[in-house]
Design a protein around this ligand. Structure first.
Ligand code: NDP
Length: 285
């Protein structure tokens, strides 16, 4: 028996259609401001993908592209202007930024209620305490894939390989919020397979091509491959999981490409619609 393939591409098509319907029912057009600094080709390609997806969903996107010489104070002034502008609902600064600009300072400058990437410390803290929060898009997409596939989380053992602020930590927190028992592994973890082979849910987010093989996986596990690695010889993208052999053992598996990647953009659209609704923090006392 091979694993059930969770196609982020298919799921995204369905969810983006639903989001477009939601947008049509809103009384205003949601608007996302994207700031891009520098000429990193991958960042430019991601931003083009975000613009295209916004358009298809009926969301306005305003993209500001700047040379890498942009000063930090100029970037801050642009963020301030978007924070003040009530017609802009979401703000995203594409990372990474050039070295002379502090990413932390930039993230903290974005208004908490427009922080559609979910990186602001207030949103991170709210997530940690189990409150409603803007949640980073990749982890949110992973949770949606697990939920729609009917993977049980309560009381199950989840192992997350990777502990970055972007993926590993928040996805572990979300799994914990759903009552999974969570273990984080990272580059200093000894005997990785002894941990991962216990996992009912295994999240591979290390960015190491093919590091998770059949021996790392428990029979019937849900294996989510977050890794995006470029194979130098072919230029093709590949995940952290050896798909062919793990597919024979896992219960569920996500492909690369066409897995977590498309879900990440879908969740950005979702967060932008949430920001436009403006009800995220209504439970605030
Ligand atoms: P980071 O480089 O920030 O973090 C990688 C994490 O993996 C670190 O915590 C690191 O440990 C850990 N790690 C590295 N090598 C090993 C190893 N050999 N064994 C165990 N743990 C290891 O990457 P990101 O979290 O930003 O991204 C992870 C992957 O996901 C990348 O391939 C990235 O391209 C991809 N990605 C995909 C997205 C999508 O939409 N599909 C979105 C975002 C990321 P330590 O902390 O000790 O250094």
């Amino acid at each position: 028996m091979t694993a059930k393939i969770i196609s982020g591409k298919e799921l995204s098509k369905q969810l983006r259609g639903e989001l477009a319907d939601e947008v049509r029912e809103l009384k205003m057009v949601p608007s996302l401001a994207v700031i891009l600094v520098g000429d990193d080709p991958a960042s430019h390609s991601y931003v083009r993908g975000k613009e295209k997806a916004c358009k298809a969903a009926g969301i306005d996107s305003i993209v500001k592209r700047h040379p890498s010489s942009l000063r930090e104070d100029e970037l801050m002034a642009e963020i301030d202007a978007f924070n003040e502008d009530s017609s802009v609902h979401g703000i995203l600064v594409q990372l990474p930024l050039p070295e002379h600009i502090s990413e932390n300072a930039v993230i903290e400058r974005i208004a908490v209620n427009k922080d559609v990437d979910g990186f602001h410390p207030v949103n991170v803290g709210r997530l940690m305490t189990g409150k409603k929060a803007f949640t980073p898009c990749t982890p949110l997409g992973i949770m949606k894939m697990l939920e729609i596939s009917g993977v049980e989380l309560r009381g199950k053992r989840a192992v997350v390989v990777g502990r970055s602020q972007l993926v590993g930590r928040p996805v572990g927190q979300l799994l914990l919020n759903e009552d999974a028992t969570v273990t984080y592994c990272h580059s200093k973890t000894k005997d990785l397979a002894s941990h991962t082979s216990q996992a009912d849910i295994l999240i591979a987010a290390a960015g190491r091509a093919g590091m998770i093989g059949e021996t790392h996986v428990k029979e019937g596990a849900a294996v989510i491959d977050v890794g995006v690695n470029r194979v130098e010889s072919t230029g093709k993208l590949t995940g952290d999981v050896q798909f062919e052999e793990v597919n024979e053992k896992a219960g569920w598996i996500t492909p690369v490409p066409g897995g977590v990647g498309p879900m990440t953009i879908t969740m950005l659209l979702h967060n932008t619609v949430e920001a436009a609704r403006g009800t995220m923090f209504d439970d605030e006392s």
